[in-house]
Design a protein around this ligand. Structure first.
Ligand SMILES: C[S@@+](CC[C@H](N)C(=O)[O-])C[C@H]1O[C@@H](n2cnc3c(N)ncnc32)[C@H](O)[C@@H]1O
Length: 488
């Protein structure tokens, strides 16, 4: 691989006598990683059913290497959201951010969801995950991955960090910033990054990162934790950005991270040693930088910042944002249409929706049912009043109300756990009808004797949900979301 001359010089200075080992690592075969969605299946269970040759990634509890010749993206278990395919060192940031159930979590630069899917899995349906990316087109890919993973307590947003900050000051328990960077650790996986490096270079991204990290710092609760990561090697983008944060926000400190075999310390000595660097010539990964930061309980800044916002614009209060925002004029309300509650519109299929929720045993605890322009959602409590952002999704999209009917959504199908829905058509992975279903075909079920009553069925592979079908006379009309169909 031909590396830019200037990059090669920088790396020689950085690595000294390790430079040759680093260069030699480009000749090694590329590494492929698979991370199990522990929200849907345990690692033990996955190891039992996996058709792939898996080898544990030593530092990721639910991460595995798989062989280059295998195609896990072309397997029904992928369509069941049982795993995410991700370069092994890129699994590290979400794995090292200590998420606790009930946390409010922000993934600030989230698309296409490699980290968000793990953060959401760790929350196990509790708390809230706000997954944001400035790029709307990339955020659409993020939305698909979040829904495929069955994560139902998330808001998918496409905003600048500065805009988010106006509402979310001091709001989050945990924040992950997987920052835009010059991608020096991606050169082997994606040689197009070399061209981008030549055009822009580390300084360009360092400037962007400075803005992002300060915004994130303001959105963190006192006592909260924030993890900053990149897939690049340049110190100006890594330790440099952390130094900038520490200079500008006095309440922050760098936290110790576990030093697994093959991990290296951050550069620059002192506190920076607590950061982790993954080098491709020392670990079985392409390369990453990770820093975990803690905000002091009393940082002397956040509290007054929240007060400023409250006094000034009443943008956010800690306990019940919805209540305080109720009376604010909502400029976008007309464009978006009116949200109605179940009681207000009994004829629009809402009764069928309520029956569906009751029959399916959907847990509404901590979530609020909202219907908006014929679409029904379960929105995490406390976020229902947030307005004015470019949302791609607010909570779990349940489905559409059509005249007197309710049509359940693909996202709802994916949110069920194994055996979590009463009316299923469960096919073994070896059954040809699994692929035919994923291709959008009608499938016949004469041989499955318990499929007599007509109505909605959750189609599953080995018990894991894939999507909906509607049964009449042993024939299952395909309701799999057309945009997700098997194209292979
Ligand atoms: C390294 S990628 C994120 C990868 C993602 N975390 C994952 O694991 O799949 C960086 C992302 O930052 C987004 N981005 C760039 N500038 C941003 C900004 N100012 N605010 C938020 N996101 C930004 C890019 O669109 C890009 O998707």
């Amino acid at each position: 691989m031909e590396l830019p001359v200037q990059f090669a010089e920088l790396m020689k200075n950085l690595l000294g006598n390790e430079y040759e080992d680093y260069l030699a690592s480009y000749a090694n075969p590329r590494l492929y990683g698979l991370r199990v969605n522990t929200n849907k299946i345990s690692c033990e269970e996955f190891e039992k059913i996996s058709p792939f040759h898996l080898k544990k990634i030593p530092w990721i509890p639910n991460g595995y290497y798989y062989g280059e010749e295998e195609s896990p993206a072309k397997h029904p278990y992928y369509f069941a959201g049982l795993y995410y395919l991700q370069e092994p060192s890129a699994m590290t940031p979400a794995s090292l951010l200590p998420i606790e159930e009930g946390d409010r979590v922000l993934d600030l630069c989230a698309a296409p969801g490699g980290k968000s899917t793990e953060l959401g899995a760790k929350l196990k349906g509790t708390g809230v995950l706000v997954a944001n990316d400035i790029s709307v087109s990339r955020a659409k890919g993020l939305l698909k991955n979040i829904e495929l993973f069955g994560i139902s307590n998330s808001l998918i947003v496409s905003e600048t960090p500065e805009k988010l900050e106006q509402y979310f000051t001091g709001y989050f328990d945990k924040i992950l910033i997987d920052a835009p960077c010059s991608g020096e650790g991606m050169f082997r996986k994606d040689p197009a990054m070399i061209k981008s490096w030549i055009e822009k270079g580390p300084e360009f991204y360092a400037e962007i990162q400075k803005g992002i990290i300060l915004s994130a710092a303001r959105m963190l609760k006192p006592g909260g934790m924030m993890l900053f990561s990149t897939c690049t090697f340049s110190p100006v983008e890594n330790e440099g950005t952390i130094a900038y944060l520490l200079e500008n926000c006095s309440g922050f400190s760098i936290m110790e991270l576990p030093q697994y075999e093959g991990f290296s310390h951050g550069l620059g000595g002192g506190e920076f040693e607590k950061c982790v660097r993954i080098w491709p010539h020392k670990a079985q990964g392409e390369g990453h930088f990770i820093a975990l930061l803690k905000k002091a309980e009393d940082d002397g800044v956040t509290a007054s910042h929240i007060r400023e916002n409250r006094d000034d614009k009443v943008l956010y209060t800690e306990t019940k944002p919805a209540k305080n925002k109720k009376d604010r004029p909502d400029k976008n309300q007309k464009k978006r249409g009116r949200s109605v509650s179940v009681e207000e519109d009994p004829d629009s299929g809402l009764r069928e929706l309520e029956n569906f929720i009751a029959d399916a045993g959907i847990n509404r605890e901590g979530r609020i049912l909202k219907v908006h322009e014929g679409n029904a959602y379960l929105v995490p409590e406390g976020t229902e009043g947030i307005r004015g952002f470019r949302f791609l999704r607010t909570g779990l999209f349940l489905g559409e109300l059509k005249k007197n009917r309710f049509e359940p959504s693909q996202a709802l199908a994916m949110s069920f756990m194994k055996e979590g829905y009463p009316n299923t058509v469960n096919l073994p992975v070896s059954d040809q009808r699994v692929i035919r279903y994923l291709k959008g075909e009608t499938i016949e079920l004469e041989d499955i004797t318990d499929q007599k009553a007509s109505g909605w069925r959750l189609v599953c592979v080995d018990g894991y949900p894939l999507g909906w079908g509607k049964l009449t006379s042993c024939s299952l009309k395909n309701k799999y979301y057309p945009g997700w169909r098997w194209q292979i």
